[in-house]
Design a protein around this ligand. Structure first.
Ligand code: ADP
Ligand code: MG
Length: 355
């Protein structure tokens, strides 16, 4: 017999979004929020038969593994910067838009910030202008383009065209491809182009100037704001003036680039500690466990910070794994033991050992 948990799972099981194509992006932007499954007491859990209990636990694993995006101070700051850059993109006839570089270590929430901002922009543009452009094309306010290892200039163009679902001939020249990119972005009235994982552009092999110039060329021809997201871009002097020495044109690009870093949470100041515990409270409010006491995670704020170095990805992984364990062993609460014992990602573990 099917139970309500199995029904919930049919509708709301894990959904892999493919953000790198317009269809996947659209699914991401318009995905309805999962409804929270009904809360349960330990007694209710114990009264279930085996099948129902298995379905219930599975549903709660899915639920707990998908916390909402939390508006962290880092995210607020990044949104504000992007708002400012986009505000100046509104100048009539100003072809050279500013660009944003989001630069931080892995797992600091860069992609979540960029896609979260873009999602908001997409929805706002649809609400305001509708799904079709003046010329009758599909409106695509945002293009999301994650790069892969050692991408070339041609590959970059192809990746952008892939987002738009534009077929590309194997023999197409860089000029042809660039023209097609400009056509797609212009006719779909794209306002924001996110190039993610920019560190995959090998600035050492591929002449950094080539790449920067290509981006500048695109930015000149497309009336959209570019957001470049990656790791260690400042050290790599990505889009930097210094990279090109005398090149005045590049210096201009650089001046129009706004850098945004996404630091880990730090608990050395009172304000930092408050932001961290607020984050824990919000994550905790989402959790679906039968015996967990609200406010409990915050009492382990220091332990959690030590285990994750304040890195948001490590924190969500740790909490997710801890929830999984406590559901499996039936204790249904997160205590210091569990938070201490579950494994976190490799980087966090290493950092902790060397601390
Ligand atoms: N604002 C947020 N609220 C909740 N969870 C977040 C947030 N930002 C990041 N995360 C968690 O951290 C993980 C990694 O974030 P991501 O944006 O992919 O980091 P990066 O791009 O810097 O490597 C996400 O899958 C999510 O679980
Ligand atoms: Mg990322």
């Amino acid at each position: 017999m099917t139970n309500s948990w199995a029904v919930w799972l049919r509708d709301w099981d894990t959904q892999p979004f493919q953000l790198a194509t317009k269809t996947g992006w659209d699914a991401f932007v318009n995905a309805p929020a999962r409804p929270r499954p009904p809360d349960l007491s330990l007694a209710e859990l114990r009264a279930m038969n085996d099948d129902e209990r298995a379905d219930c636990d599975e549903a709660r694993h899915v639920w707990n593994a998908n916390p909402p995006t939390i508006r962290t101070p880092q995210m607020e700051h990044a949104f504000e910067l992007m708002d400012q850059v986009l505000a100046s993109a509104r100048r009539d006839g100003d072809r050279l838009r500013g660009a944003v570089v989001i630069d931080a270590q892995p797992g600091q929430g860069k992609t979540t910030i960029a896609t979260g901002y873009a999602k908001r922009l997409h929805r706002q543009q649809y609400r305001r202008y509708g799904p079709r452009t003046t010329d009758g094309h599909q409106r695509l306010p945002v293009a999301y383009v994650p790069l892969t290892a050692d991408v070339t200039l041609k590959g970059l163009n192809r990746q952008i065209l892939r987002f738009y679902g534009h077929p590309t001939a194997q023999a197409a020249s860089t000029t042809d491809l660039t023209r097609a990119v400009v056509d797609c972005a212009t006719s779909c009235e794209t306002k924001l182009i996110i190039i993610d994982e920019v560190h995959f552009v090998n600035l050492r092999v591929r002449n950094g100037l080539d790449v920067s110039n290509h981006f500048k060329g695109l930015a000149n021809q497309i009336p959209a704001t570019f957001v470049f997201v990656g790791v260690g871009l400042t050290e790599k002097r990505f889009l930097d003036e210094g990279l090109v020495g005398e090149e005045r044109a590049m210096a201009q690009t650089s001046r129009r680039t706004t850098r945004c870093t996404v630091p880990a949470f730090s608990i050395t100041s009172d304000a930092g500690m408050r932001a961290w515990t607020l984050m824990l409270d919000r994550l905790e409010a989402h959790l679906h466990l039968a015996a967990h006491q609200p406010g409990n995670l915050a009492t382990h704020a220091r332990l959690l910070h030590e285990r994750t170095q304040g890195r948001i990805a490590s924190l969500t992984t740790l909490i997710d794994r801890a929830c999984y364990r406590t559901i499996r062993d039936g204790s249904e609460a997160l205590d210091a033991d569990i938070l201490q014992q579950v494994s976190v990602d490799h980087a966090a573990e290493q950092a902790r050992r060397s601390a």
